[in-house]
Ligand binder design. Structure first.
Ligand code: ADP
Ligand code: MG
Length: 231
């Protein structure tokens, strides 16, 4: 699914250059559920943004589902993202003046699917995340956990092969965080690859493999207890 070798990335601002990824080698198989762990500033989001084709890289190789991701035009990158990837963020990124159903349906709007049809499909995804009763509510009327479930339904609606989540539990209390991780596990059980960035140990332990990032390198990686349950 994800094959990365010798990947480097620096940020250049003015005359300063910050070398963030210093030779990353990483393979993630289809169907895995992994976390990328590391302290703040260790390059987790940078790596996830490269994987999600939201940002480029300077050196190395990146292969996504057999396709070399290199020098894509913005249009090509958008096409691959739409075909392959669902995104979930710490801050939910819902549209405040659209209700839950409309937020979930949004990717289908961009695919020019007629309203009646996209609302029907969105209702099915709302039901999958247990929020059909909240369809007409605005984000401001929902709890953090409910907002993240809406965002997850929105990520699922375009049938991604992989979900990339950047600190998805960062704004949630512990109990709600674990519920979101349980939902991710169900999604993973349905065959979707999950890549979750977190700096919280207890969250990473709810994935099947932990990849530790430190100072621009993968410091160590190992399978968790959760992976053993599936052996
Ligand atoms: P993490 O997600 O692990 O907290 P990031 O990948 O966001 O870390 O950031 C890694 C380093 O790169 C940090 O020092 C951060 O300040 C810097 N950085 C991140 N994004 C940019 C950017 N767009 N321009 C310049 N520096 C950046
Ligand atoms: Mg980050």
């Amino acid at each position: 699914m994800v094959e990365i070798s010798g990947l480097h990335k620096s940020y250049i601002t003015g005359t300063n250059s910050l070398h963030v990824l210093k030779g990353i080698d990483l393979t993630i198989e289809a169907g895995e559920m992994v976390s990328i762990m590391g302290s703040s500033g260790s390059g987790k989001s940078t790596l996830l943004n490269v994987i999600g084709i939201l940002d480029g890289y300077d050196k190395g190789e990146y292969n996504l589902n057999g396709k070399v991701i290199r020098d894509l035009s913005e249009k090509q990158a958008a096409w691959y993202r739409n075909q392959m990837i669902g995104f979930v963020f710490q801050s939910f990124n819902l549209i405040s003046f659209k209700n839950a159903l409309e937020n979930v349906a949004l990717p289908l709007y961009y695919q020019k699917i007629p309203r009646r049809k996209r609302n029907k499909i969105a209702a099915e995804y709302l039901e999958k995340v247990g929020l059909l009763d909240w369809a007409t509510h605005l984000p401001s009327e929902l709890s953090g956990g409910q907002k993240q479930r809406i965002a997850i339904a929105r990520a699922l609606i375009s049938n991604p092969k992989v979900i990339l989540a950047d600190e998805p539990t960062g704004a949630l209390d512990t109990q709600t965080s674990y519920e979101v991780m349980e939902l991710f596990k169900e999604i993973n059980d349905s065959g979707i690859t999950m890549i979750i960035v977190t700096h919280e140990k207890d969250i990473s332990e709810r994935t099947k493999r932990i990849i530790h990032l430190k100072d621009g390198f993968i410091e160590k990686e190992y399978k968790t207890k959760l992976s053993l349950n599936y052996a």
